[in-house]
Ligand binder design. Structure first.
Ligand code: ATP
Ligand code: MG
Length: 555
């Protein structure tokens, strides 16, 4: 279209500029997770942003495990991360890398810095290093080991590698400027001694590089052009550039920061999710109340809905929180036209049509989705005994209640008008049966134009219904109190975050459903077959989202 305004985010504008000025002639991005937990919705933003840029500029996208810290990393996480990224649709092709494969190259970079007089081995303890570092207001002090000779540094660094020192006994530091206003530049640690087994390199190494040293080298080795990270690394950029420059890489990458994605009323931070999992408060990393990617998938979110969400959020330079309702909006939008609208009763009571012949059954033609003809029709059996929702009958209705009450007539969705004649209670006073009569003239689709009714209710045919378990969710944290407790930083949990309904009934059209299949259950929301607990003879569904929302897209 001629008048189409193509608005570019600030990262795209920077890339355009770099390409135009010849700083780079191609675009190469990466997603560099540390395999120390499952990915969450915030990571999805980073993945889709990096992958999207590579696609848009006909460039390359790298998947790289930033596995330089053996303390918290596990193979389980490597596998889950790969699965999640594939599911999101980001295709790294042959470009799968592990930072730990560069340990030798990193070591050589360190040796190069020592030879240039830009790095030294320091014997100060962790405490002392902290003390010497100074504060935001005061400059730091030089380490007494700062002026060691190149030879001595080379010897000591080799001894570090050879396992001659205990953990914490020696570190390698960059020699930059202890008076720098940027604390990150005050002789940061590049290497530490850690006698630990690494999931990839085993016991080959007992020294490990620090993140700020390793990351720019990883980017430079892979010829990444635009190294996109989150805002908290902005103050580390001078160090990033220092490492790339001093190690004399031919293809210096450029770091660009953007704001993290935060959602209201959910727990993002890997640390907090991990704690919920470890404390047994949730059913693993994929508990549908979490916003890890595995949890969103199990809950019934689709890659398309997450993409739509990330696009609506945009890319920004300042931190803010996005309303969780926007994520819900995206999944509703995605499923609305794609999924059949079925009848399911969550809280059943019997409805008996006294004038409908006993033993008779007719098969009604029901459109799967009135807004999408392509989804076709299905047959739903109709008979004398049905289940309806308990809330669709009231003995003494308030004003404006248009559903069933003694003497009132409603439409049974896709079927007939029924009029409530009487009801039966059990010994505790609970209604257990509603008795009606139906009018055969009023069949849906018969062209009946007689009287009108104000209410339509859904139902399932009792003898043919499929029993199922439905799980309803609310936010895992208490909306009123805020996510984190102000006093001790703990989570304010919502005690009602999970409701399990064991005696729900579905219309009989669910043969052969598979894990992750999803449906609209009219009036009750979108539901997805639970991948962990559902069995062909004992279906379990997760409610993805209810149908109604007061959410409006921000302009
Ligand atoms: P967390 O803060 O949840 O522990 P992390 O930053 O430690 O996450 P990494 O595995 O180091 O997790 O992150 C991989 C990439 O994902 C990094 O480039 C990081 O900047 C990005 N990322 C992490 N959290 C978010 C977020 N909330 N929004 C956008 N990007 C994120
Ligand atoms: Mg991290």
């Amino acid at each position: 279209m001629e008048n189409e305004v193509v608005s570019k985010n600030f990262i795209e504008q920077e890339i355009d500029k770099d390409l135009k000025e010849g700083v780079y002639d191609t675009v190469c991005t990466r997603f560099p997770p540390e395999p120390n937990g499952y990915l969450h919705i915030g990571h999805a933003k980073s993945i889709l942003l990096n992958y999207g840029l590579a696609q848009k500029y006909n460039g390359t996208f790298h998947m790289r495990f930033d596995d330089t810290n053996p303390t918290k990393e596990k193979v389980e996480f490597v596998d889950s991360i790969k699965e999640d990224i594939k599911w999101l649709g980001a295709d790294w092709k042959d470009n799968l890398f592990f930072a730990s494969d560069y340990f030798e190259a990193m070591y050589e970079c360190a040796v190069k810095l020592i030879k240039k007089g830009k790095a030294y081995v320091c014997d100060l303890t962790a405490e002392e290093i902290k003390e010497y570092r100074g504060t935001l207001k005061e400059p730091g002090k030089n380490s007494p080991y700062r002026d060691r000779s190149v030879e001595e540094n080379l010897e000591l660094f080799e001894a570090m590698r050879d396992g001659k020192f205990e953990d914490g006994e020696r570190v390698l530091r960059a020699k930059i400027d202890m008076a720098s206003p940027n604390i990150n530049m005050r002789d940061p640690i590049l290497y530490r001694v850690a006698h630990m087994t690494h999931h990839n390199t085993g016991d080959q190494w007992c020294i490990y590089p620090m993140y700020d040293f390793a990351h720019p080298i990883e980017d430079a080795i892979e010829k990444i052009t635009h190294s996109i990270c989150t805002l908290e690394f902005e103050d580390h950029r001078p160090l990033y550039d220092w490492v790339v420059r001093e190690c004399e890489f031919d293809h210096p990458p450029r770091q660009i920061e953007f704001a993290k994605l935060y959602l209201t009323n959910v727990v993002t931070g890997k640390r907090y999710i991990k704690k919920l999992v470890e404390d047994g408060i949730v059913d693993g990393w994929d508990d549908p109340r979490l916003v890890s990617i595995a949890a969103l998938r199990r809950r019934g979110f689709t890659p398309e809905s997450i993409k739509m969400f990330v696009e609506l959020c945009g890319v920004s330079k300042s931190n803010s929180s996005v309303d969780y309702a926007m994520l819900e909006y995206c999944i509703r939008e995605d499923l609305k036209m794609k999924k059949p609208r079925m009848m399911a009763v969550m809280d059943p009571i019997k409805l008996i049509i006294d004038n409908y012949p006993e033993g008779e059954v007719e098969y009604l033609d029901v459109a799967n989705n009135l807004e999408n003809e392509a989804l076709g029709f299905r047959k739903v059996p109709f008979c004398r005994e049905l289940y309806i929702e308990r809330e669709d009958f009231m003995e003494e209705p308030p004003k404006k209640y248009f559903r069933l009450f003694p003497g009132n007539e409603v439409r049974l969705m896709h079927a007939y008008f029924v009029k409530c004649e009487s009801f039966v209670k059990d010994e505790n006073g609970n209604v257990i049966e509603v008795h009606c009569t139906y009018d055969p003239e009023t069949k849906c689709g018969s062209g009946f134009t007689g009287r009108k009714v104000k209410g339509t209710i859904h139902w399932v045919p009792a003898p043919y219904a499929t029993k199922a378990e439905l799980r309803l969710y609310e936010n895992i944290v208490d909306e009123e109190k805020g996510v984190y407790n102000k006093e001790d930083g703990s989570l304010n949990l919502n005690p009602n975050s999970l409701t399990i309904l064991k005696d729900c009934y579905l219309e009989p059209s669910f043969d052969g459903v598979q894990a992750y299949d999803s449906f609209q259950f009219v009036r009750n929301g979108y539901f997805c077959v639970d991948a962990k607990d559902s069995r062909p003879d004992a279906l379990v569904f997760n409610r993805i989202v209810s149908l109604k929302s007061s959410f409006r897209l921000p302009k």
